[in-house]
Design a protein around this ligand. Sequence first.
Ligand SMILES: [Fe+2]
Length: 376
Amino acid sequence: MKRYIPVSRVEGNASRQAHCDLPEGTYEREMSKEGFFGPAAFFHHRHPPTGWSDFTGPLQPRAFDLAKLPAGAGGPWAAHEALVNAHCRIRYWRLGGSMERLARNADGDDLLFVHSGRGDLHCDFGHLGVEPGDYVVLPRGTMWRIDCASPMELLMVEATNASYTLPDKGLVGNHAIFDAALLDAPKLDAAFTAQQGDSRAWTVEVKRRNQVSLITYPYNPLDVLGWHGELSVVRINVRDFRPLMSHRYHLPPSAHTTFLSNRFVVCTFVPRPFETDPGALKVPFFHNNDDYDEVLFYHAGDFFSRDNIHPGMMTFHPGGFTHGPHPKALTRMLKQDKPVTDEVAVMIDTRDPLDVADAVREVEWKEYVHSWKAAP
Ligand SMILES: [Fe+2]
């Protein structure tokens, strides 16, 4: 733990509890270190911090409608790149039919999130069915392919030159949010044995330094008869998550951390009850998240803090960009008309700045920066 310079102070007309009991008519903005985990200050503003009348320059927030990207015939390495840095590569993959080649990533672990469609994943470790809402972690070096039962759309997040791990769940212990017993691993079952009967030649697309090499075998190399060890592909579905919440405190996004890599985190927002305490915020607080770039992929439901966002879209908020609820959501800051949130979204927060890839510029919603404009 770093030794930050210690300050604890209350100035002017201020609440002494973050996200609660704001002075009448004010809007709270958090400025913090280490995402939402380090020292922070909470400002009470007279105006919503997103009330800009003009905004120019590269700090602008971006939104992309990934569902509008064209479907491709290729494997995962032909998927559309969306946002990239040296430690994280985020792609959107529209898989129209079963993979004709095997894939292997020599650059890092891959995380698949199934947005739509279903199929069967066959890999070195065996067979695993995949369906919407599934996360699948593919350790670096795994050889795999998907047989589609229907066309699929997948978000892919590569932990470049790194691994995926689970977060420390601190005071609530390791079995909170989801129990490790819920992580499914592939099985050497009848479906896996059946695919071994395929006698045709197979090509493996191996990606290293983001370049693809092709290795062809005159047989099917997914031919293991058995294996043992403590490393495998794992799968978990978002319906198995039991999110942390407090009826008296709006928890920060870090409470919803699902996977960690060296230089980014993956969090999942799933339905949960709204806070009920009269003084507690019922929408996200305004913040700059100065240490992280924030990416949000909207999977399903009604995105309670955002207007004009639908499933299959991705928003990108560069670190240092102040954001918070849209004006319509802000009217429900202290009183929601529904008992629970109804959204499933995947958040990727990266410690290093991301670059926008060319492919997604084609499906950009350019007016996103102005979407906070309506008066609350
Ligand atoms: Fe944020």
